[in-house]
Design a protein around this ligand. Structure first.
Ligand code: ADP
Length: 554
């Protein structure tokens, strides 16, 4: 084989990828014959049935990896193996017939598996069950055709077929279950080895347990040897539980090899069909259990990632909220203090003039008043700068999908809604055009409005606590309505609702609506209110559609 590969690799006429594929084909043919030869224990009748057929697993793997182009090569492998391993006789019509049948059968099986998306590593129990089921059906059909060919050729009595069919079938199925996934996983072994290095002691203990149970199976003797095989389930289940599907396949592969070696060595090995059923049960148990473990581990990782994303978002939101509160405070302070400071400066200037103009002019008083004017001007300048700093931060405007933003907001309010016994209905269509806004700032607005709505619905009986968020397009804007079934806005504060510090709540700051309106206005949007058809208040957020989106919808 080595010679064949090196000759192909050095042939200059062939393109590089062709040479590689030819080298792979050579390696496959050699491996096929070698596997057939090593697993050729206890052949039954003239069919050459063996306890497991690793070459079936190899063939399915290459067809899954390289596609149906490899069909002639697989037929050639069956022929070569027949001549070299089994009969040593020249190729007959029967041999040719079943080589074509087997290759075509595996070709169809590979195509079906590919169509079902099972040509990639198996990571969940559903795919594992589908893979096992489809493979079982496919190999049964292939084996049935094979046996039928032998019966037709008069080489097998009909009476023998009930036993040889399951033997042949289980041999192929076990070969596929143990070898095909190992080969499909090929490119992932590096990651597996890294993991193994981290848990090397556990891996070694498991290997030791495997070898020990194999020794029990073959080293000890019992009236029914098969009973000594059951301890094998212990390390296999242990490995499957700790390493998932990759570990489970590897462990069954090791056991299969161990069984072959042991069965060859031992004179009183269990009957073929018993051994085969044991191997199949072991492989299936490990395969399905491993897939469940892998699936759970992946789900746990996904959950951790989602939680981390949520935490990150909440932190960003809290930071942005603090910034917005500070901005609103600065703006309110600047607004409120501007007038008194201006008046103060005027009074001080007047006093300064009076102090210097008088006959009894006191230079020290004039100097002090001058300093007081400077300080007052500095104070107003600080306030102005502070307000400009926060107002200048209009955020990073990008196209924002309101539907997913509302969805995320409803997820982060889930616990609070549950505690309040309130129902949140979101009607924001995914097909709505994106708005041009800073996503975090819109989240702050949504957060404030939903938070107020929950506070409001607490004033009505639990069975009437409803909040609705609905979005629709009006011209070049999207209107987002956040309504509730609460008691509605108190009349005395309705006309000053967006002023800072306007609150009707004992522990309220009265900044939420003021902040929300400022943020929306800074981005070209608006916040207004109305009466809700659910009986409470309705807040309407208007957001401009991104310019590209608006053009697309015109
Ligand atoms: P806070 O919630 O801290 O009071 P806000 O600026 O968010 O500050 O709200 C100001 C006031 O507006 C609230 O105190 C409340 O009286 C009124 N308000 C806001 N949303 C609603 C609503 N959905 N239903 C009734 N009143 C509301």
């Amino acid at each position: 084989m080595g010679y064949c590969v090196s000759v192909i690799a050095n042939t200059p006429i062939l393109p590089r990828w062709h040479r590689r594929e030819l080298a792979a084909a050579c390696a496959y043919l050699a491996l096929f014959v070698m596997l057939d030869w090593t697993s050729y224990v206890q052949p039954v009748l003239k069919l050459g049935i063996t306890p497991w057929n690793p070459q079936a697993g190899l063939t399915l793997a290459v067809l899954l990896l390289f596609g149906p182009r490899w069909l002639p090569i697989t037929a050639l492998a069956v022929l070569m193996s027949e001549v070299l391993v089994r009969q040593g006789s020249p190729v007959s019509g029967l041999v040719l017939g079943y080589a074509v049948w087997v290759a075509a059968g595996y070709g169809v099986l590979a195509t079906v598996l590919r169509r079902l998306g099972l040509a990639t590593p198996i990571r969940d129990s559903r795919s594992a069950a589908k893979f096992a089921g489809v493979t079982a059906a496919g190999t049964l059909l292939i084996a049935a055709g094979y046996v039928a060919l032998f019966i037709a050729a008069g080489l097998l009595a009909r009476a023998h077929s009930p036993n040889s069919l399951p033997s042949l079938w289980i041999g192929d199925l076990t070969g596929i279950l143990t070898l095909t996934p190992v080969l499909i996983y090929g490119h992932e072994w590096a990651a597996g080895l890294r993991l193994l290095r981290r848990r090397i002691w556990e891996g070694l203990a498991q290997l030791l347990a495997l070898l020990l149970t194999l020794w029990i199976a073959f080293g000890l003797s019992a009236t029914n040897q098969l009973h000594l095989f059951y301890p094998l389930f212990v390390p296999v289940i242990w490995i499957a539980l700790r390493w998932g599907v990759a570990g489970s396949i590897l462990s069954t592969l090791l056991i299969q090899i161990g069984l072959i070696v042991g069965a060859q060595e031992q004179s009183n090995a269990p009957p073929l069909l018993d051994l085969q059923f044991l191997m199949l049960t072991l492989s299936l148990t490990a395969f399905l259990l491993g897939a469940v473990v892998t699936e759970r581990a992946a789900a746990a990782t996904d959950r951790q990632r989602a939680e981390a994303r949520l935490r990150e978002r909440d932190t960003a939101l809290a930071r942005a909220m603090r910034f917005a509160v500070a901005g609103e405070l600065a703006s309110a302070l600047a607004h409120e203090l501007n007038q008194p400071i201006t008046a103060l400066v005027s009074y001080l200037r007047a006093s300064e003039i009076m102090a210097t103009a008088g006959r009894t002019g006191d230079e020290r008083l004039a100097e002090t008043l001058k300093k007081a004017v400077q300080e007052a001007i500095r104070a107003s300048e600080v306030l102005r700068r502070l307000r400009n700093f926060y107002q200048g931060n209009a955020g990073k405007r990008r196209p924002v999908n309101l539907s997913s933003l509302c969805e995320a907001a409803s997820v982060s309010f889930r616990d609070r809604l549950q505690r309040a016994g309130a129902r949140l209905v979101t009607r924001v269509d995914v097909s709505l055009p994106r708005v041009s806004a800073d996503a975090t700032q819109i989240e702050i607005v949504l957060h404030n409005l939903l938070s107020n709505a929950i506070d409001a619905v607490m004033h009505v009986p639990a069975d009437r606590r409803l909040i609705e968020v609905a979005g629709n397009q009006v011209g070049n804007s999207i209107l987002l309505r956040v309504e509730d079934s609460g008691p509605g806005l108190a009349e005395d504060i309705a006309d000053r609702l967006f002023e800072p510090f306007m609150t009707s709540k004992p522990d309220g700051m009265g900044l939420g609506l003021a902040i929300s309106r400022s943020l929306l206005r800074a981005g070209g949007g608006e916040l207004s209110f109305d009466k809700s058809r659910h009986g409470g208040a309705a807040f309407i957020v208007r957001l401009p559609i991104g310019s590209e989106q608006a053009n697309a919808h015109e």
